[in-house]
Write a protein that binds this ligand. Sequence first.
Ligand code: ZN
Length: 264
Amino acid sequence: MHATGSEPGTGAGSSPWPAPADLAELIRSSRSVVALTGAGISVPSGIPDFRSPGTGLWEKVDPMEVAHIDAFRADPVRFWSFYGQRFAALGDKRPNDAHRALAALEQRGLLDAVITQNIDMLHRKAGTRELVEVHGSIARCTCPRCGASVALDEVRSKLDDSSDGVPRCAPCAQALKPDVVLFGEMLPRAALERASELCEQAQLLLCIGSSLEVRPVAGLPLLTQRAGGTVAIVTQGPTPLDDIAEVRLHGDVVDELQALLAAV
Ligand code: ZN
C-alpha cells in the first residue's frame, strides 16, 4: 500500500497503481486472453483519434456528415473527395511497437485474438493473424451493385485515374464503397458475433487504447465480466468501465505494452 496521505474519494488514486508486471502475471495464468483495441493504439503511428478535438483529418469536416452512408449514396463525388484523402493518409501508415507487442504475444501462444475498432490495417501489418475488424478496414472496397470486391492497391490506382476522384466498378460504373462501417451503418454481423463469442470465452480481456464509449463495442468487456472473466484496461484518460477493470494502466500504450511484453 502506498501512503500518500491524500483524502479518500480521489478516484483511481485510492489503490496502488498496478504495474505491467501484474498484467503479465494475469496473462501467464489465464487460459484464454483476447485483446480489444481502439484508436489509441494507432495514435503513435500518426493516426489521430478523430474524437480528439483539433487533430488532423477530421478537423475541418463533420465526420458524422461526410462519412455517413447517406452522404455516400447521395453524393459519391463529395464522399470520395474526403475519403480518398483518408485512404491515402491511412494506407501508408506503419504499425508501432504496441501493435508489434500484441503480434508477439500471439506468436508466443499468450494471446488468442485481437478485436479492433480500427480500420487502418496496422494489426495485420504487424503480423497479428487472428484478427476481428468490427468496423471493417480500408483493405478492400465493394461495388454496391454487383458485389465485386476490389483490393486497396487497385482502388488507389482507380482513384489516381478517375476524372472526378471516384473509384468505380469497371463493369457497373458504380461508385465503390469502402469495406468500413460508415456512420449510419450497422456493424458487420459476422464480425460482431465472432467478437462477442471471443469476449464471452476470454478469461482475460485486454482493452487497449479504447475509450470504450462507442457501442456496441463498448459492451464487449461486460460480456467477459458476466461470464466470469477478468477485464484489464490500458489507455490514457478515463473510460466508463474503469470500475470493472482488475488492472488499469494509464501510461502511453507503447511504453505499457513494451513493458508488458518484457515481463511475460
Ligand atoms: Zn459492380
